[in-house]
Design a binder for this molecule. Sequence first.
Ligand code: FES
Ligand SMILES: [Fe+2]
Length: 440
Amino acid sequence: MSKARDREDLTRVGPGTVMGEFMRQYWIPAALSGELVADGDPMRLLLLGEKLIAFRDSSGRIGVMDQRCPHRCASLFLGRNERNGLRCIYHGWKFDAAGQCVDMPSVPADQDYKAKVRAKAYRTAERNGIVWVYMGAREAAPPLPAIEVSLLPQAEMTQHFVQRRCNWLQALEGEIDTAHFGFLHMGSIEADDLDPDDPLRYTVMNRTPEYHVADAPWGTTYAAYRAADPGRLYWRVANFLFPFWAQTPAGAFPTHVGARAWVPMDDEHTMFLHLHWQAASPSVPARRRDGTAPMYLTRHHDYRPNDSGWYGRWRLRADETNDWQIDRAAQRANQSYSGIGNIHLQDQAITESMGPVSDHTFEHLGPSDRMITATRRRLLRAARAWQKSGTVPPGVDDPALYYEARSGFFLTEEGLDWRTAYRRQVEAAVRPVSARQAAE
Ligand code: FES
Ligand SMILES: [Fe+2]
């Protein structure tokens, strides 16, 4: 297959596309529970190129359905969310959270055919503060994935969404492109700037690590390594998890419980979801020796107010229209390598700057991009296998496989096989959710 064809298959997410159909086999995290209030305003929700309306009914159930009323296609966004259903304001037809038409007041009672009419509704689930949607065709939806962090009680995890204006794949690839860390995020930091016991020192002492990359049951994994103190190696391990999740190496391995989803809204917009265990040790403890924090440490997301539009949720103020608020003076003075405010925004600016759908035929991928190449290959193989022969995508029927995936940084003695090193770390890791709980 040509690169151009691969790119099409990887990046397009609408109904009938290779990746779109593949992703529809999985549960998709779509909103925060708090965004939907019982009998509150219906919410526009764009998922995999489909225009949907989400609402919470009087009993707390969540409905997610095609925005078009199945009568004459008026938008259900304008509907009345009342008494356990969403009522279209055109002719008054009413639908329950599962999409069944439950009232058809514009039709004489003896000709009523409401039992035969259903809105195109999707299955929903709610767990620990996140609303999930299943857009697949199975009669019985598969189980929710046992992604460790998502099993924590809501009060114990950080949850936030941020919209990104670009295709989902290049957004996700920003997470597994570990070579950029020593430049984009840490390029202005020297080892002498950091405390001698700060492990980030190793990433700036040597900005060209070696890598192991391999397929994993949940997707792909890489281990970047470089020399630390004599006889010791510094490792940064991270994962891609089907179909759009990543676990980054930015955190001390034993407590680094987190996952990040890159949910396609459509081909050119992505909704990022960050989930992180609050009790984990801080991901980026780095301070300059003089006590000052590098500017990239700001954690705050500067959002525009949400509005009710298709692209109205969780947008940042910094975007292409204001050059992501780049500070050229800070860049020039090397206060920050990029001049862009914080780690998240730096990644956001870079991946948005590639254009709406990055052109793979223009790229020159090399040795430091092996994780990206391997992940594209793994995704294409799995998605085409589903398309051609109905091979069930990894993790759909075996959700526990996600529980095995962990990431983070750690030190070992030299000469240890990387898989052994990883397994030892996983065995010794803190598990805030037990395997038994995860299986429930
Ligand atoms: S279009 Fe919705 S009730 Fe007629
Ligand atoms: Fe980054």
